[in-house]
Design a protein around this ligand. Structure first.
Ligand SMILES: [Zn+2]
Length: 353
């Protein structure tokens, strides 16, 4: 391996992001703006308390903190009420894409977090869609939407979500599964996944890292609800038969080597390297950049490259894997991958002279 990839090289790489929660980009500034506009009085605690705590290394404690984080996360979303709010939120993310040279993004959103508060499904879609249009036409960024089931709500609620999405079928590419995993296995939503597959949705699901029953949840994702991708899914490493099944079915893993306030460096870089070493398809993503110290893509990639001592070619390999896992046709995929290859070739030439 050569020198660690430079910030300049990483900045110029054309990138894809596949695991990004649009609600996870909500900044304190936007929260205040939306609260004022929607005439909501939120206590200062709502703004200040959402700091992701330092990892303790203790599974039970980490899961407890993760549940607290998610509870606050959903509490903070209440400031978002109109299509204008969703439009501004998504447009701000697409501006970040421009800054980070992300040319293709698959953006997850949590419909139930909004519809359960009385926000119409259509307002969420209209707002996000208007921002996607500007991103495409003015910023040169292509994007698609993934709606995620809130797994700690009931099956019936998820069924209702899929039904509410019906009029917007052509505006949503895929179905995902997120929120508190403990006690809410993927199989709980088998019927929703089966119905979504019949309707032509692409399928993914979160298997968060080091959760209780992590291996069993990954098994269910691969063999029962039959996803095409797994969000996180790093515990696939714990069972070689799952590695075999994931490789055979070409399942893509959207890893997020993020870090929190107080974490000294990106988490899980060594395990991500092992996944690649076993031939699994893995991309690097920012997850909830508004809440993690890792922030947006370039900042995260620089720290990950430094941690793993990755040179240009290794970073480029992960970026190409993101395009490999993207829900686009093969012709577009080839165009994106060629852009990365051309960029790498041009960078190599510069070094040689
Ligand atoms: Zn996520």
């Amino acid at each position: 391996m050569g020198m660690v990839a430079t910030a300049e090289f990483i900045a110029g790489l054309p990138k894809a992001e596949l695991h990004l929660h649009i609600e996870g980009t909500l900044s304190v500034e936007m929260k205040r703006r939306f609260a004022v506009r929607n005439k909501l009085s939120l206590g200062d605690a709502s703004f200040a308390s959402l700091q992701v705590p330092e990892g303790s290394g203790d599974q039970a404690l980490d899961i407890q903190q993760y549940k607290m984080f998610l509870a606050l996360y959903f509490e903070g979303l209440k400031v978002m009420q109109t299509d204008q709010d969703f439009y501004e939120l998504a447009l701000e993310y697409f501006r970040q894409c421009r800054t980070n040279n992300i040319v293709y993004a698959e953006v997850s959103f949590d419909p139930q977090a909004h519809t359960d508060r009385g926000v119409p499904f259509g307002a969420v879609i209209e707002g996000l869609g208007a921002a996607q249009k500007i991103a495409r036409e003015a910023l040169g960024i292509e994007s698609q939407l993934i709606m995620c089931i809130n797994r700690d709500l009931t099956l019936e609620s998820a069924v209702n979500m899929l039904e509410a999405a019906c009029p917007y079928r052509d505006k949503i590419a895929g179905l995902g599964l997120d929120n508190v995993e403990d006690g809410h296995p993927p199989n709980k939503f088998q019927t929703v996944y089966d119905a979504a597959r019949d309707q032509g949705y692409r399928l993914t699901a979160h298997c968060d890292v080091d959760m209780v029953n992590a291996r069993e949840h990954i098994r269910q994702c691969i063999h029962d609800i039959k996803v095409e991708r797994i969000d996180h899914g790093i515990n696939v490493l714990d069972d070689h038969s799952l590695v075999g099944a994931a490789t055979e079915r070409n399942i893509h893993f959207t890893a997020c080597p993020t870090w929190r306030k107080g974490d000294p460096k990106p988490r899980r870089v060594d395990r991500i390297e092992r996944m690649r070493g076993l031939g699994l398809s893995v991309s690097l993503n920012s997850d909830d950049p508004g809440y993690f110290a890792s922030g947006y893509m370039n900042h995260m990639l620089n720290a990950v490259a430094a941690t793993g001592r990755w040179d240009n070619s290794v970073v480029a390999d992960y970026v190409k894997e993101a395009f490999a896992g993207a829900w686009i046709d093969d012709e577009r995929r080839a165009v994106y991958i060629r852009r990365v290859d051309d960029y790498v070739a041009a960078s190599d030439t510069q070094c040689a002279t």
